[in-house]
Design a protein around this ligand. Structure first.
Ligand code: CP
Length: 327
């Protein structure tokens, strides 16, 4: 899938489909812009007029709690009009294709589509067929990419750890099925962390994953040793064909993040999870709800990051009215 499709002829970001191909400068611009938008959510009136008059359609063909809701809140905080298409009650159920659905919504003068789909490449396909004035954001496609999750994850790391250069980061769990892991790896490689590790049983690692520039660990204890950031992943049972883990209890014993395993990481390590969590399977509640967890702040930061992406690709100023850039 070509990442060149994301840019217009002047090199400006027009769609956000994947983090692959984004420069360090572009990622940092998104993070800096998001910093300036975080404060909007802390005001009494949580609204700025940047996208007033624009229409955003959320098209979620897969379940979502965090991404769909934070995109809606983000668009509303920018004063856009937001439609959440109820896909289960839409004409997609009568056989209408994705592109026909898009064309019909486009005929209603939609400016931005936020798309989640079970098929890898759905957002790319859509971006190839929309007119120049319409923008697309990929909110997760199959196993391929979840770029705004990757961006909010690196935003969270920067907020809690400062610079990326000296960090040891461990991504733990079902790497094979995870679009989040792919987006995290592209973002963290581009930002230049000192060490990027993936930790999983062999059955949950993609073929040749080391070609992505990561160090591979199949023993969790070794992978967590001295880590500054631990990014846990959900075990995606719905995408598994056949038995890829011996049993859930054994998976938890070997790869579940417990207080004992967390103690192997740096003392001030932070624990992240994109959600939804399988408590007692990939993460113990004592860790998920413990003092090193930044799992709920990740959700809050997602609003600022999604505001930033929408503002930048729709050509608005990165400067919120009455606000000041913080980074
Ligand atoms: N992290 C994430 O994508 O969560 P949702 O599936 O709830 O959107």
């Amino acid at each position: 899938m070509t990442s060149g499709l994301q840019f217009d002829s002047a090199g400006r970001l027009r769609h956000l489909l994947t983090i692959e191909g984004l420069s360090r400068q572009t990622i940092l611009e998104i993070l800096d812009t998001a910093e300036s938008f975080i404060s909007v959510g802390e005001r009494e009136i949580k609204k700025i007029p940047l996208l007033r008059g624009k229409t955003v359609v959320n098209l979620f063909f897969e379940a979502s709690t965090r991404t769909r809701t934070t995109f809606e809140i983000a668009a509303k905080r920018l004063s856009a009009d937001v439609i959440n298409l109820n896909v289960s009650a839409s004409s997609a159920n009568k056989g209408e294709t994705l592109l026909d659905t898009i064309r019909n919504l486009e005929a209603m003068h939609t400016d931005l589509f936020v798309i989640r789909h079970s098929e890898s490449g759905a957002a790319h396909l859509t971006a190839q067929h929309v007119p120049a004035h319409v923008n697309i954001i990929n909110a997760g496609d199959g196993r391929h990419a979840h770029p705004t999750q990757g961006l909010l994850d690196v935003f969270t790391i920067r907020r809690h750890k400062g610079s990326f250069a000296k960090l040891k980061v461990a991504i733990v769990g079902d790497i094979l099925h995870s679009r989040v892991a792919r987006s995290q790896i592209h973002a963290l490689s581009t930002l230049g962390v000192a060490e990027l590790r993936v930790v999983a049983p062999k059955t949950l690692l993609p073929t040749a994953v080391e070609k992505l520039g990561v160090q591979v660990y199949t023993r969790m204890e070794a992978g967590l040793e001295g880590a500054d950031v631990i990014m846990m992943l959900r075990l995606q049972r719905e995408r598994m064909q056949g038995a890829l883990i011996p049993s859930e209890q054994e998976y938890f014993n070997l790869y579940g993040l417990t207080p004992a395993k967390l103690a192997l990481a740096a003392k001030d390590a932070i624990v992240m999870h994109p959600g939804p969590m399988n408590r007692g399977l990939e993460i113990d509640s004592a860790v998920a709800d413990g003092p090193q967890s930044v799992i709920l702040p990740q959700v809050t930061y997602g609003i600022g990051v999604r505001m930033a992406v929408m503002a930048l690709i729709m050509g608005g100023s990165a400067e919120p009215a009455g606000g000041r850039r913080q980074a």
